[in-house]
Design a protein. Structure first.
Lengths: 208, 208
DNA sequence: GTCTATATAAGGATAGAC
DNA sequence: GTCTATCCTTATATAGAC
């Protein structure tokens, strides 16, 4: 449980600074690889002072994950039954790719957790995430059966979208080593590539 | 440098047991998260005995990575200029998917390294891996220009293939939480899905 | 609220008996 | 070659002064 005791502005500011620093450190080194020294230094505080705001290293990590869950589910949640199916799914791809560009640390934080078997947020994966995926897979299946998109397996489609978009955040080091982009212009190429791939895949039979 | 002094059969057997155990532990917990105690226990040896065979924790990890590099590059290396382009690329997808099914620990070991910025094998990524990717991207570009496959960006195609196939190993926990497969039958569905997606993507214009 | 100093534990590595 | 015992560093967390 997060403490609900009221906090002053300076408290909130310090907590936010610690969480920001912790996102940096945890996403780069993983939970075990991160140290409180690194987090404290990145936050510009002493180690005991960090522990004045959070009960433990585990507590910082947990609060980070908890705070990001909604953000993480939001693009899939936005998939709308009333929109144009192909357009909705292409928008989803685009939104996920933007998140890889704009929130790569968050992506790597989640990726590291899942990679290790989700020891600290298995409940999120088997709970809210699975529930939402099941719901949206049913929606996609409905589009398939109505002939509004091509015949694809909804679950593997969702996995493919996750994989191809998150790849640019999670494997950023590798992508940059190979493409050697200035700034982030490779995200534009990725966008074009993925739009082409998924629009071809999803286009219902005979519509081209 | 690896010692080149000759080793007895029992030495080779113990080294192999340690590496096998270390692959288990490193792939699940990452370099920092893994402990020599865990590796020793999994190998059925005492901790000092493990260090009799390997100079350090780092040495075990390094030898694991080094020993897997060739295996990891092999499928892409097999992409053959003389074969049918679409068939060659679909075979590559299939081979990579099989590796995710049959060597998930190896996939997660590499994924964990890249996720953390490849601190211990950046040289592999910027060296042999990049060289091979550049070479095969040129090959694919040739196929595009000859009109033998559809117009796609070779690099982003390779990234997409990596992402969509390795996802089933690296995010195994998440995939299983959502699909709840008996055994590994979801790999068959993934195979069908990915074959469909990539054959549609790669088919040259007007060939269907 | 913030710091210095420190308690305590975990983990990598070594010494030395067998 | 293999083990027990131990060294020593690192890292989480706490005590207590200010």
């Amino acid at each position: 449980m997060t403490e609900q005791r009221p906090r002053t502005r300076i408290q909130e500011k310090n907590r936010a600074m610690i969480l920001e620093a912790a996102l940096d450190v945890f996403s780069q080194h993983g939970f075990r690889g991160a140290t409180l020294d690194q987090i404290a230094k990145a936050a510009g505080l002493s180690k005991p002072n960090v522990l004045y705001y959070f009960a433990s290293k585990e507590a910082i990590h947990g609060e980070l994950l908890a705070g990001l869950m909604d953000t993480w589910l939001e693009p899939l949640r936005a998939l709308d039954d009333n929109g144009d199916p192909v357009g909705e799914l292409l928008d989803y791809v685009e939104r996920k790719l933007e998140m890889s560009r704009d929130m790569p640390r968050e992506s790597r934080l989640f990726a590291g957790e899942v990679l290790q078997g989700a020891p600290r947020f298995g409940a999120f994966v088997t709970g809210p995430l699975k529930t939402l995926v099941d719901e949206k897979a049913a929606l996609i299946r409905g589009w398939v059966e109505a002939g509004r998109i091509a015949r694809v397996d909804p679950y593997h489609l969702i996995f493919a979208i996750w994989a191809t978009t998150q790849h640019y955040a999670d494997f950023d080091t590798q992508v940059r080593a190979i493409l050697q982009p200035e700034d982030n212009e490779h995200f534009d190429d990725a966008r074009v590539f993925l739009r082409g791939m998924y629009s071809g895949l999803l286009r219902p039979d005979g519509s081209h």
